[in-house]
Design a protein around this ligand. Structure first.
Ligand SMILES: NC(=O)c1ccc[n+]([C@@H]2O[C@H](COP(=O)([O-])OP(=O)(O)OC[C@H]3O[C@@H](n4cnc5c(N)ncnc54)[C@H](OP(=O)(O)O)[C@@H]3O)[C@@H](O)[C@H]2O)c1
Length: 302
């Protein structure tokens, strides 16, 4: 019998990383790392307290818990608006940590999946973005994530995969459907942006796809998101309807009416054909995935 594969999951106390930890396939030992040992409702993180932006942190992590056959890198600086004023912090987490991990993975012959974002695009496109479409981040978060993409592809050309995703929600962490349900319990009317379009994506759908890419993907970029498209307004209306919330009205508004420090891409639907070909299946349509999530995990759980 061969030894189980050992896979490091970074950001394992976060929304996506915690799901990745739970979804480790049979025959694989997933070792989670994050800055903290656990967050409420999350599985425990075995290798906590290593700062991945530091050479020393990565070296100690590998010495203490390695060797690894693969790395699923979900840790990131994800505060999109705050990144505008904390660019160097965001850069260390989103670009320097991937660079250090890619170098370590290349040296060890381990495969690496970097989770990235639709924010690498400016959103001026008219059709779903393909992996090789030109990138043009609008803000510091997207820019630093793009730098992370380049770093892993450059430092580990033989074994690094980048998977761009978008509009994530899941059983743990803070996310848009959870915020809408909370606000709906506090107010009679919600005002929600209707001129940004993407694909809401459940971590329950994305996580198995990331495991598949780690095992079977060819080096390069993939897009992974639920099928179909929606505005934030559509997502808010669907969330309240599916959760059975009555008596709260949802009013559409424009991005201009709801200014934020970081500019968002107005259209960032991702073309996921390459991932579908690799896996032989697509992620679920966003409405089905949302219904499944709310049925299993909410609304009380969000
Ligand atoms: N959420 C979305 O809608 C979305 C959309 C597209 C792409 N993505 C990408 O998907 C991935 C997962 O996102 P998520 O929403 O699950 O993020 P999350 O919940 O914020 O989790 C990220 C985790 O990384 C940890 N981390 C930050 N800096 C670190 C460091 N220096 N060393 C070690 N760990 C560190 C964070 O800890 P702290 O919280 O203590 O900082 C956090 O637990 C990210 O790569 C993100 O860019 C997310």
């Amino acid at each position: 019998m061969s030894a189980p594969l050992r896979v490091l999951v970074t950001g394992a106390a976060g929304m996506l990383g915690s799901q990745l930890l739970l979804d480790a396939p049979k025959g694989t030992v997933a070792i989670g790392t994050d800055l903290v040992p656990a967050r409420p409702g999350c599985p425990e993180v075995a290798a906590a307290g290593y700062d991945l932006t530091q050479d020393e942190g990565v070296r100690r992590l590998l010495a203490d818990h390695g060797p690894f056959d693969g790395i699923l890198h979900a840790a990131a600086y994800t505060a999109v608006d705050k990144a505008e004023t904390e660019v160097e912090v965001a850069r260390r987490v989103n670009a320097e940590a991937p660079r250090l991990l890619a170098k370590a993975a290349a040296a060890a012959g381990a495969r690496l999946v970097l989770v990235s974002t639709d924010f690498v695009f400016d959103g001026s496109g008219r059709r779903p973005y393909r992996e090789d479409d030109p990138t043009q981040p609008l803000g510091a978060y997207g820019q630093t994530k793009w730098e992370g993409e380049q770093a892993v592809l450059q430092h580990h050309p033989a074994g690094a995969m980048v998977v761009r995703t978008q509009w994530l929600y899941g059983p743990r962490g803070n996310h848009f459907p959870g915020t809408m349900l909370r606000l709906a319990s506090e107010r009679p009317e919600l005002t929600v942006v209707a001129d940004q379009v993407g694909s809401p994506t459940s971590t329950l759908e994305l996580s198995p796809a990331l495991w598949h890419v780690l095992e079977h993907g060819a080096p390069g970029v993939y897009h992974g998101a639920c099928e179909g498209r929606a505005s934030w307004y559509d997502l808010a209306v669907a969330t309240l309807e599916m959760a059975g919330v009555r008596g709260v009205s949802v009013r559409p508004c424009t991005t201009a009416e709801f200014p934020r420090p970081a500019q968002r891409p107005p259209f960032s639907v991702l073309d996921c054909n390459k991932l579908a070909t690799l896996r032989g299946r697509r992620l679920a349509p966003w409405r089905d995935a949302l219904a499944h999530f709310l049925d299993r995990h909410g609304p009380s759980a969000v």
